[in-house]
Design a protein around this ligand. Structure first.
Ligand code: ZN
Length: 421
């Protein structure tokens, strides 16, 4: 699949196309011509898109599996190289490397020049999941780990980049950013994303479209933290009174933390993991919990952090110690900025021209789009193909959404100037 596409690409000289575009950019018939070429090429890529999706879903790549996530990256690099697209590898220590693909385009004036297509390669699944639950298609629906969150989005972004590399017409440099640790809050990916956001003219994050088909215009923020409690070991038969139970203290803290949840206000606390103790017949010298806090506004984050800090500092079991460490964090995607609103409305038009209608939705989940929006980059999230059931055995993807969503993304890019972006 890749090799036949690449031989097709060799017929077109990107640089010649580029100069055509520069001289004819004011001609609307020239623009319509490019738009027609790009959308027609994408329309013919359904099978190739499914083939690349099958390849990516067939590689295990949980966040903590660096070799796996890098193997998914290598497959994408092969595809992009086959379309003549340069890819820079930004090495990372613990998680997969970040890939940054660039399709050159005319540089806009000002600092914000790049049009960014963003996505993450990691999944939430352990090694071996692909073997247990291999890629499958039934009645036009694809199944498999990460099929919608978000390997289909990576496929879509890659084909949009290929379309512009092939046909020209991008109104600015296109950047494909492929990160590797989104599922745990992007500890290593975040600085790369933020550097990109500072020079971004627009960001399309191809997380899966909602089950309704809608895109995402608002998201909650999230903080993942680790609470460690210290106590003192003692034999629980003969000398229990001399011990200090870290587990007992942690139990009090967990109840107090969960009690701060207020779903109506959009703030929640979930202790998702607990560990501790040394044996059944010892008073527990240590215990720890991992906490996922979600919120809507920076004010909520501040107030919740104060209350959480108080709970950590207050000992119900005398003599225990406690310490809280933030392990990962997502910023909220707040009420839309004027640029974000303009981008969303433009996307709605592009969607209509591509045969579907979308609205914007607020979702309680977090994503990398919060980082780019927080830095003022006009951002739209969930521009990927339509899927549902992410992070579950029910994960699936509508294959008939691959081409229209790719066309809508391409039209949005082509039309950016119409929205004053
Ligand atoms: Zn995702």
């Amino acid at each position: 699949m890749t090799s036949s596409s690449s031989s097709g690409d060799a017929d077109i000289e990107g640089s010649h196309r580029g100069s055509d575009r520069m001289t004819s950019s004011s001609s609307s018939s020239g623009d319509a011509d490019i738009e027609g070429k790009i959308t027609a090429w994408l329309a013919g890529q359904q099978e190739a898109m499914v083939a690349l999706l099958r390849e990516l879903v067939g590689i295990d790549g949980g966040t903590y599996d660096k070799p796996g996530v890098d193997a998914v990256g290598a497959a994408l690099q092969r595809f992009l190289a086959g379309h003549g697209i340069a890819v820079e590898v930004i090495p990372q220590q613990r998680f997969g490397d970040t890939l940054r693909a660039v399709v050159p385009g005319p540089a806009a004036s000002g600092e914000r020049a790049n049009i960014v297509l963003m996505g993450h390669r990691d999944t939430v699944y352990p090694k071996g999941e692909v073997e247990r639950r291999p890629f499958a298609i039934r009645d036009g629906i694809a199944y498999g780990p990460g099929v919608s969150d978000m390997k289909a989005g990576l496929v879509m972004n890659s084909f949009v980049l290929a379309a512009f590399a092939r046909c020209g017409g991008a109104p600015g440099p296109l950047v494909g950013l492929y990160t590797a640790d989104e599922e745990i809050g992007s500890p290593e990916g975040r600085p790369v994303i933020e550097a990109e956001a500072r020079r971004a003219r627009a960001v399309l994050n191809s997380e899966p479209a909602r089950a309704t088909g809608n895109v995402v215009t608002g998201r909650r923020g999230g903080v993942f933290s680790l609470l460690r409690v210290g106590g003192k070991a003692a034999h629980s038969g003969s000398r229990m009174a001399e011990g200090i139970s870290a587990i007992e203290e942690l139990a009090h803290k967990i109840l107090a933390i969960h009690a701060m949840t207020d779903h109506a206000a959009g703030i929640s606390f979930n202790v998702g993991l607990v560990r501790g103790g040394q044996s059944v017949n010892s008073v527990a010298p240590w215990a720890e919990a991992e906490i996922d806090m979600r919120y809507r506004t920076p004010e909520q984050r501040e107030a919740a952090t104060v209350r959480l800090t108080e709970i950590v500092a207050r000992s119900t079991v005398p003599g225990t110690t406690a310490e809280l460490t933030i392990k990962g964090e997502f910023l909220p995607m707040l009420a839309q900025s004027p640029g974000g609103k303009a981008l969303f409305e433009l996307y709605q038009q592009a969607a209509r021209a591509s045969g579907f209608a979308v609205e914007g939705e607020f979702t309680n989940g977090c994503a990398d789009s919060g980082f780019t929006a927080a830095l003022g980059a006009p951002t739209l999230c969930a521009t990927g193909p339509q899927g549902y059931g992410g992070h579950s055995l029910d994960e699936r993807l509508r294959l008939d959404s691959l081409v229209p969503r790719a066309q809508a993304a391409a039209r949005t890019i082509l039309w950016l100037e119409r929205a004053g972006l």
